[in-house]
Design a protein around this ligand. Structure first.
Ligand SMILES: *Cc1c(COP(=O)(O)O)cnc(C)c1O
Length: 346
């Protein structure tokens, strides 16, 4: 099977497993796991923040940041297609009693005008706008990135309005490689950042959040409440350290594979792709004009050994990652071509 459903399907390599097996560990609830501490220090430094905290998932990372930034009844501004709004099972409502105010972005990107319209005036009978969430890269929009200029602009504006800014950087590494911007430069445009180690970087588990020391101290408290206090987590953190050392620059190859796939599929009958969104490792394929449903296309591809997933409405999604080679992607493109030409009766 050539699995292009997500960059989360990667398995730890033998060398990563070796690093995990050899990790020094201790009880991280006591703050005594040296490998977790090293990972947290390294990510804090990479992101130019005072402190960082290892968490089990990107969802917990985002939800902890929302929790610490807000009070019950507050409003959080987020893009309509954002992960925090669509894929975190209403965690903001459940865990923090906040309401998300969605704004339509341009290919997932928010701008000052959109945010301005969403900020509530300060009447006692309205929710209090407290936080802006940006997503870079933007998953549902197809891995699109923010320019550093746009992020700076939005951050400066948020500051001016007294709002906090959280950056959902599950795939920030991809944005950095695609834009040639350092993680610290993007992170400087946010009060808090969450980054995933288990997407393109290929670690089996784990995310890290970063921010000011007092912010991270609060987040650690809530991490325990949310059930995310872990013991000898250094075994997992070692995979994250290995991933940061070996798997960041190679994301460029994933971007090349996605660009190739997008160019190939864009010409097929029944498929259309907004090539401008293909900046990193995600390809969203619009199949609205196909003669059969997206689910039917997926099942025909599966029979031929190719796995894609459902994207946004009437869309399919292909994600490249370190466990699929350029050759696999070429093979996938040729199978998709075959299946679509058959379906469209050409
Ligand atoms: C994957 C992802 C997350 C976190 O997902 P988990 O599966 O909880 O680790 C958060 N934000 C974005 C944009 C993502 O793509």
């Amino acid at each position: 099977m050539i699995d292009l459903r997500s960059d989360t399907v990667t398995r730890p390599s033998p060398a990563m497993r070796e690093a995990m097996a050899m990790a020094d560990v201790g009880d991280d609830v006591f703050g005594e796991d040296p490998t977790v501490n090293r990972l947290q220090e390294q990510v804090a430094q990479l992101l130019g923040k005072e402190a960082a905290l290892y968490v089990p998932s990107g969802t917990m990372g985002n939800q902890l940041c929302i929790k610490v930034h807000t009070h019950p009844g507050d409003e959080v501004i987020a893009e309509r297609g954002s992960h925090v709004f669509n894929y975190e099972t209403a965690g903001g409502a459940f865990l923090s009693s906040i309401q998300i105010h969605t704004v339509d972005g341009e290919r997932g990107r928010l701008d000052i005008e959109g945010i301005t319209r969403a900020i509530r005036p300060s009447f006692y009978y309205m929710p209090r706008t407290r936080l802006v969430c940006l997503e870079n890269t933007h998953n549902r929009a197809g891995g699109t990135t923010y320019s550093l200029e746009r992020m700076k602009e939005v951050f400066a504006f948020s500051r001016e309005k007294g709002l906090k800014l959280h950056l959902d950087g599950a795939r920030l590494w991809n944005a950095c490689v695609a834009r040639g911007v350092s993680p610290a430069a993007f992170a400087a445009c946010a009060d808090s950042v969450s980054v995933c180690l288990s997407k393109g970087l290929g670690a089996p588990v784990g995310s890290v959040i970063a921010g000011a020391r007092s912010f991270i101290d609060e987040a650690r408290h809530y991490r325990k409440i949310f059930g995310g206090g872990m013991r000898q987590a250094g075994i997992l953190a070692a995979a994250g350290l290995y991933a940061l050392d070996h798997n960041v620059e190679r994301l460029r190859e994933d971007h090349e594979k996605a660009a190739f796939l997008a160019r190939e599929l864009a010409t097929l009958p029944g498929m259309s792709i907004d090539l401008e969104t293909v900046e990193t490792n995600i390809v969203i394929i619009d199949v609205e004009r196909a003669s059969v449903s997206p689910a039917e296309i997926l099942s025909r591809l599966r029979e031929r050994g190719i796995l894609l997933s459902l994207g946004n409405y009437l869309g399919l999604r292909a994600v490249t990652h370190l466990d699929v080679s350029m050759k696999d992607v070429q093979q996938a493109a040729s199978v998709v071509r075959d299946v679509m030409l058959n379906l469209q009766g050409a």
